[in-house]
Design a protein around this ligand. Structure first.
Ligand code: SAM
Length: 252
């Protein structure tokens, strides 16, 4: 029997290859990857998600990769050991990060996906439906979204590096405030040094406050579509790497 995640991946592929050829998605994936790796200065404003090809590449390639990576991180942290409600996914993109976390609970908590990009919001809503998650989406700037407190959780995966330094500093303070009020907070970013230059300092603060700062190298089984796209675009996703901050009440 196909698992819910397997079924989601099958639907995802059918959805994004319905109107685009594999070769078009591959070409867009190369462009998108170089935008992420080389031209981070052009990220604010949603530039990488312009055009059907790049959106398909983002959803089909980075979506499953981020899902698998976050799932491994959540498992390693034991982040689904205690009930939370809801999980707020800041800069949710296609919704995969919050979904990966929610699905680790025996009874997945409600999800709130927040993003400023209309395509991302629509795609996240589709992801939540495909995975049978109880969720809603909010189109908003993460800087303006009210953060929850005790009993809730917040994830920000690959989002904070898209904020300018002042926006990130403000978000860092707000996330620390939410953790003090009793929310569990998971921040995930790429390992690459310059992307969030203040990471070391932030990590030291988190550890001092009783949280965790980790670097990850994981090698989950990659779905067939991800392997095919990687091969065609000349990308090497294995192992997946990331770093995370985990804050909140007594770690479980
Ligand atoms: C690289 S994507 C990551 C998406 C998802 N979290 C994941 O792990 O796949 C970054 C997302 O953050 C969103 N984003 C960036 N800055 C934002 C802001 N100030 N307010 C709301 N969303 C923002 C972008 O629209 C994009 O969907």
């Amino acid at each position: 029997m196909t698992s819910p995640v397997g079924a989601w991946l099958g639907q995802l592929e059918a959805r994004h290859l319905a109107d685009l050829r594999f070769a078009d998605v591959t070409r867009s994936l190369r462009a998108l990857s170089s935008a992420y790796v080389e031209r981070r200065d052009r990220l604010p404003g949603g530039a990488p998600l312009q055009g059907a090809g790049k959106r398909a590449a983002f959803a089909l390639y980075y979506g499953p990769l981020h899902f698998l990576l976050i799932r491994d991180i959540v498992r390693a942290l034991g982040a689904a050991g205690r009930e939370v409600r809801p999980i707020v996914d800041l800069g949710c993109g296609t919704g995969v990060a919050g979904a990966a976390w929610a699905l680790e609970f025996p009874r997945p908590p409600r999800l709130v996906g927040v993003d400023r990009h209309p395509w991302a919001i629509a795609e996240a809503a589709w992801t939540y439906r495909a995975l049978a998650l109880h969720a809603h989406t909010v189109r908003n700037d993460v800087a303006r979204h009210r953060l929850p407190g005790a009993g809730a959780a917040v994830i920000a995966a690959y989002c904070l590096n898209e904020l300018d330094p002042a926006g990130r500093a403000a978000m860092r303070a707000r996330l620390a405030g939410a953790a003090r009020r009793g929310a569990r907070i998971l921040v995930v970013e790429p390992i690459a040094g310059p992307v969030v230059p203040e990471w070391k300092d932030w990590a030291a603060d988190v550890v001092r406050a009783g949280g965790r700062a980790d670097d990850w190298r994981v090698s989950p089984d990659l779905p067939d579509i991800v392997r095919r796209l990687a091969r065609a675009a000349g990308l090497h996703p294995h192992p997946l790497t990331a770093r995370s901050l985990w804050m909140g009440p007594a770690q479980s």
